[in-house]
Design a protein around this ligand. Structure first.
Ligand code: FES
Length: 84
């Protein structure tokens, strides 16, 4: 997977070289699916909440971070294994 933000099913995958973070894409405000990134953050289409690439809230109305997904990187196969 190349570096950057990827939207897959109900997940957001952030990749930067050896660093990977995986979040649930449900906004913590009212549950809209986040499918957009811009200006270095993740943007909810419903009411405009913004999150950084750690899942932390930058702008409300959401007031809690994106839920992190449990995952593992299989370095041999270069695959992401999601456990949720
Ligand atoms: S559901 Fe995302 S900001 Fe309201």
């Amino acid at each position: 997977m190349v570096n950057g933000v990827h939207f897959k099913d109900e997940l957001i995958i952030y990749r930067e070289d050896d660093l990977t973070r995986v979040f649930k894409s449900s906004c913590t405000h009212l549950g809209c699916q986040i499918r957009q990134s811009g200006d270095g953050n993740l943007v909810c289409p419903c009411h405009g909440s913004r999150f950084d690439y750690y899942g932390k809230v930058l702008n409300g109305p959401a007031n809690s971070p994106l839920e992190q997904a449990k995952f593992e990187v299989d370095k041999i196969k270069n695959e992401l294994i999601i456990y949720d």
